[in-house]
Each structure stands twice: as structure tokens, then as C-alpha cells.
Design a protein around this ligand. Structure first.
Ligand code: BG6
Ligand code: MG
Length: 220
């Protein structure tokens, strides 16, 4: 029985996946490393430091910086990202998300947030949707990056719901893998090819209605 829906944030509830991309791309270019959207798929859902490591590895620069320098680079990216999210408003919710949150509440389905972002609380506040969430996992307390299931399992535990009664919603390959490793039903939002491992895929959040989720979940 469906008891909870656990959402990723960036790229699912709002288009901050694009802001992460813009901020990383700018930093990477300053370091002489270029990457495209295909490579960027591998950064989605991945923590700040791990994303930096992947970008440095792409540029063959893994050994070039000390730990302190890497911290400074990650900080620089985050300052840029914070500038980008500072102007967000409730208008930046992706299509259909607010209706979905309302409907889940009406149907007594619990709502959780499992974002790897340390900026998640700020973004939720800017979007003014904090009241809908029964739990928000604190990314700072999570040890293992997605695709490890830790963050989704933590959300389920905080909601006191068995993982098998949870649906996870993700735009990232690593996120879909994390949901499945947690033994939850994985819904992918975005490119059908990139997210082909998901149990159910929608191209945009507009298709993400309560009815669609219920139908997909019980078909399994
Ligand atoms: C994830 C994003 O939600 O959070 C990643 O998909 C990002 O792109 C990660 O790197 C960590 O975010 P932050 O805000 O803590 O740097
Ligand atoms: Mg995401």
C-alpha cells in the first residue's frame, strides 16, 4: 500500500538542477575544464565535494589541488549557486508540483524530502512549501552519496513507513539507483534514455499527478 512519496528537490520540485549546472560549468571553465550536459547527468544527485572530484577527474586534475584548495573551489561554486537561488519565488515551482503536494496531503500520503543539497532548506523556504513536508532529511547528516540508499532509507525511517510502501521521485541516474537500492518504487522525471532504469518515467512534472503515481505503483 502506498503510504509515502519521497521527493528529490533539485530538478524535481524546482529547476535548480540548471543552477547547479551553470555554477559548476563556470567554475570548471575557470579551471580550464569543459563539460557538456551528458557529463552533467553524472553530477546530478551527487554531493558538492564528490561533484568537484568528478569534474577534476574529467580534466585530469585530481592531483593538482590540496584538500584546502578543493574546499575553496567548492565554496566558490556554492557562493555562485547561492546567488542564483536568492531570487527564487513560489513561481519557480515546476508545473504540477503544488497540486501534487496538495493532493498527497488530501489523500493522507506522507511527504518526505531526500535532497543531497545543503541548500535544500533555503530552497524550500524560497518556494514556501515547507508546510507540506512531514520530514526533510538533513543532507549534512548523510554519510553516503546517492546511489547509496542511505538518504531515502533515512527519510522512510523518519516518516515511520516501510520502504516498500514508498515511492521515490528523482531526476538523476544516481537518485533512481538510490531509490531502488532502498527497495522503493522509483519514478524518474526527465529524459527517458538517461532514466531508463526507473520503474516509471515521466518526461515532465506536469505528468506527475497523484492518479498517475497510484496507477504506476499498483501495476507492479
Ligand atoms: C543535489 C544536486 O541535489 O545536491 C547536486 O542534484 C548537488 O547537483 C548536490 O551537487 C549538493 O548540493 P549542495 O547545495 O549541497 O552543493
Ligand atoms: Mg535532482
Amino acid at each position: 500500500q502506498l503510504k509515502a512519496v519521497i521527493f528529490d528537490l533539485d530538478g524535481v520540485i524546482t529547476d535548480t538542477a540548471e543552477y547547479h549546472f551553470i555554477a559548476w560549468k563556470q567554475l570548471a571553465e575557470e579551471l580550464g575544464i569543459t563539460f557538456d550536459r551528458t557529463f552533467n547527468e553524472q553530477l546530478k544527485g551527487v554531493s558538492r565535494m564528490e561533484s568537484l572530484e568528478r569534474i577534476l577527474a574529467l580534466g585530469g586534475q585530481t592531483e593538482r589541488y590540496t584538500a584546502a584548495e578543493k574546499e575553496a573551489l567548492a565554496h566558490k561554486k556554492n557562493e555562485h549557486y547561492k546567488q542564483l537561488i536568492a531570487r527564487m519565488t513560489p513561481n519557480d515551482l515546476l508545473p504540477g508540483i503544488l497540486d501534487l503536494l496538495r493532493e498527497l496531503k488530501r489523500e493522507n500520503v506522507k511527504i518526505g524530502l531526500a535532497s543531497a543539497s545543503k541548500n535544500a532548506f533555503t530552497v524550500i523556504e524560497r518556494l514556501q512549501i515547507g508546510e507540506y513536508f512531514d520530514t526533510i532529511v538533513d543532507a549534512a547528516k548523510i554519510k553516503h552519496s546517492k546511489p547509496h540508499p542511505e538518504i531515502f532509507l533515512t527519510a522512510a525511517k523518519q516518516l515511520q513507513v516501510d520502504p516498500s510502501a514508498c515511492v521515490g521521485v528523482e531526476d538523476a541516474q544516481a537518485g533512481v539507483a538510490a531509490i531502488q537500492a532502498a527497495n522503493m518504487f522509483a519514478i524518474g522525471v526527465g529524459d527517458k534514455e538517461a532514466l531508463k532504469e526507473a520503474d516509471y518515467i515521466v518526461e515532465t512534472t506536469a505528468e506527475l499527478t497523484y492518479d498517475a503515481i497510484v496507477r504506476a505503483f499498483y501495476r507492479e
